[in-house]
Design a protein around this ligand. Structure first.
Ligand code: NDP
Ligand code: HSE
Length: 436
């Protein structure tokens, strides 16, 4: 059988991994796919850079639109990143009847509904395994492997750059800027690394995972996003003293009133496997009612790990290329007409536990004031720590861990505590998840 014909859009970190791995494992991949996989051309705006990344063998073009719609192309692989021109090129490829493989989580988190609808109408596939957790086949696992389950929650370390930064800062005491520069050199970071640091990249990914887990349309605008830029070394140390590690977690949880979709730094017990995921590694825990907890671990970023997922998609598309579109796996795991309108909960309705650090004047009665404000709102305290802070220990850090409560109630309590005369600085509030 003739090889399936592939067009690559973009010639950067991931594209170079795809070219290398396809070349190195050509015969194994052909035996799996049932036919060869051939890259017919690569679109790149800077050919000198593209040659350095991909070698001399592949034809290059600067005409992205022409390549995305070329008659002899079966699959278009979008590895440019960003929204435009990626969105227009993907839609043009779909309109021209091409299958699409993309690693672009930003594009799908913002425009996935439009793109999947266009693909459905045209009878083509859009595959995106590499868009979530790099080399870990988490999309396939949730969409296919766990199809029997009612999924209760998904929680994961799904941004390699921030996990690398947190690990290096904790283990080696390196500063934020030095570690970020390393992550960029290693090809982990997004073109705009603020997407990593501010939690936006993880939010793109948890948005997609939430849709697949619960069968709802993609709703990035309703996902709560907080990154690690404000995180202080003191809180990493206090968390350790209390038996916790801080990780940037993406969480998607089903509740009786709606779905929680959130990304924020989170304290998790140091004994959990997830707490021990270090460097650029990613890990995702999925709790299904039948299977129980499942853990998926692996490289979440980098050239060849991400290429591994892109090529897995290419093999899938090649195998299903001639199948009746009605017999293919739906993009969001549930049949397009079966997506639910379950609401995504606002953060004020999310139920979780908290870590609070309150810097106070060291005087009688302060602790009682704080705890009574919490008690009046039904917030119960789980653990407490007090440490001198400031020059010569002039002040005191009161660190509290609470049991679960509703975020709106915690917001009210924090506003009252912040207004106390004895409270000297903005209160640090982090969320805590036991992940049982
Ligand atoms: P790179 O920045 O390394 O490569 C992007 C490529 O696309 C470059 O060739 C770049 O050209 C080209 N490109 C970008 N924007 C344009 C544009 N407007 N017009 C023409 N060409 C453009 O990115 P990565 O390979 O790291 O990432 C590619 C995709 O994969 C992104 O969506 C990213 O989020 C995703 N991804 C990346 C992972 C990683 O570990 N790197 C992991 C998982 C997903 P030029 O060099 O001239 O800028
Ligand atoms: N910038 C992303 C990360 C790449 O650090 O996880 C993988 O999606």
């Amino acid at each position: 059988m003739n090889a399936i014909r592939i067009a690559l859009l973009g010639a950067g970190t991931v594209a170079s991994g795809v070219v290398k791995v396809l070349d190195r494992n050509r015969e194994e991949i052909r035996r799996r796919a049932g036919r060869g996989l051939e890259i017919v051309a690569v679109a790149a705006r800077n050919h000198a850079k593209a040659r350095a990344a991909l070698g001399e063998a592949l034809p290059l073009t600067t005409d992205f639109a022409a390549l995305a719609t070329r008659d002899d192309v079966d699959i278009v692989v979008e590895l440019m990143g960003g929204i435009e021109p990626a969105r227009s090129l993907v839609l043009a490829a779909i309109a021209a009847g091409k299958h699409v493989v993309t690693a672009n989580k930003a594009l799908l988190a913002l425009h996935g509904n439009e793109i999947f609808a266009a693909a459905q109408a045209r009878g083509v596939m859009v595959a995106f395994e590499a868009a979530v957790a790099g080399g870990i086949p988490i999309i396939k696992a949730v969409r296919e492997g766990l199809a029997a389950n009612r999924i209760e929650w998904v929680a994961g370390i799904i941004n390699g750059t921030t996990n690398f930064i947190l690990s290096e800062m904790r283990d080696k005491g390196l500063d934020f800027a030095t570690v970020l520069a390393q992550a960029q050199r290693l090809g982990y970071a997004e073109a705009d690394p603020t997407f990593d640091i501010e939690g936006v990249d993880a939010a793109h990914k948890i948005t997609l995972l939430g849709s697949i887990a619960f069968g709802v349309p993609v709703q990035f605008e309703r996902t709560h996003v907080e990154g690690i830029a404000q995180l202080e070394g003191a809180d990493i140390r206090y968390a350790e003293l209390l038996g916790y590690r801080i990780k940037l977690l993406g969480i998607a949880r089903r509740t009786a009133t709606g779905i929680e979709l959130r990304v924020h730094p989170t304290l998790i017990p140091a004994s959990r496997l997830l707490a021990n995921v270090e460097g650029a590694m990613n890990a995702v825990v999925v709790l299904g009612d039948a299977v129980g907890a499942t853990l998926f671990y692996g490289k979440g970023a980098g050239s060849e790990p991400t290429a591994s997922s892109v090529i897995a998609d290419l093999v899938d598309v090649t195998r299903l290329h001639t199948a009746d579109p009605g017999h293919r796996v739906p993009h969001l795991a549930f049949q397009p007409g079966e997506l639910a309108d379950t609401p995504i909960l606002p953060m004020s309705q999310v139920r979780t536990a908290y870590y609070l650090r309150v810097r106070v004047r060291d005087e009688a009665g302060v602790l009682a004031e704080i705890t009574s404000i919490l008690a009046e709102r039904g917030v119960s305290i789980d653990a407490m720590l007090q440490r001198p802070s400031g020059e010569n220990g002039a002040h005191t850090d009161v660190i509290l861990l609470t049991h679960d409560t509703i975020e709106g109630r915690m917001d009210e309590a924090l506003a009252c505590i912040q207004a106390l005369d004895s409270v000297l600085e903005p209160i640090v509030r982090l969320r805590k998840e036991e992940l049982r």
